[in-house]
Design a protein around this ligand. Structure first.
Ligand SMILES: [Zn+2]
Length: 218
């Protein structure tokens, strides 16, 4: 790819590129929205991806894992919840912990996962909330997925996302555990979500500046 000008997948600004020697992958960094994304030549194939996710052993018995999700819910969908609300839990994974917590909190929950719960339950449906944790970093086209979320939210509905934010410094990125997970291909900052939100009909209403972001559909 050397020499070719690669444009940002979100805002189409010309990106700079850098190479991660340890994982032998090229990444692109947008100077405008701060999206960092992996070159497609380094993507896993679907079979490798499936095996990778199936290894994740995230169960409701894992206290640390449950506490992390409870914190996520407290910061997002539980903030001003009244009455029964519907939620699409997108990318629920092999052990759907978050959907169990959402049910305990009184939500009507639909789950979808490309590998582990592939029925398109969201078809022709609009939700009050969409939750998606540790998913968007696996997605090659952030605009496409944000438009998908928009399509399945009511006006004024909320999208709650969890993904580890980078700090936009290449030297830190290169030693960051999060980018060494070979299934991670897109990396965000709150600033990235500001640009993404403006493009896809959302508004950022909250971020913890670490890994949680809450957006409202306009
Ligand atoms: Zn950009």
């Amino acid at each position: 790819m050397s020499g070719a000008l690669v444009k940002c997948l979100i805002c189409e600004t010309a990106c700079s590129e850098f190479f991660h020697k340890k994982i032998k992958s090229t990444f692109y960094q947008c100077p405008n929205c701060a999206l960092i994304f992996k070159d497609k030549a380094s993507y896993m194939n679907e079979e490798e991806e499936y095996k990778h996710y199936a290894k994740h052993n995230n169960s409701i018995e894992n206290e640390g894992y449950v506490a992390m999700f409870q914190d996520f819910l407290d910061k997002t969908v539980l903030k001003d919840k009244t009455g029964t609300k519907s939620v699409l839990e997108f990318g629920s994974g092999p052990g759907p912990v978050l959907s169990e917590l959402l049910k305990r909190e009184g939500f009507e929950v639909d789950i979808y996962d490309k590998f582990f719960s592939p029925k398109k339950v969201y078809k022709d449906k609009l939700y009050d909330y969409v939750t998606s944790t540790e998913v968007i970093e696996h997605i090659s086209d952030p605009v496409f997925i944000m438009n998908f979320f928009n399509t399945h939210l009511k006006v004024g509905g909320y999208l709650a996302l969890m993904t580890q934010f980078h700090n936009n410094k290449v030297e830190d990125f290169l030693s960051w555990w999060y980018c060494r997970d070979l299934s991670h291909i897109s990396f965000f900052m709150p600033q990235t979500f500001e640009v993404l939100a403006a493009r896809c009909g959302f508004e950022v209403v909250y971020s913890d500046d670490i890994k949680v972001i809450l957006l409202r559909k306009n």
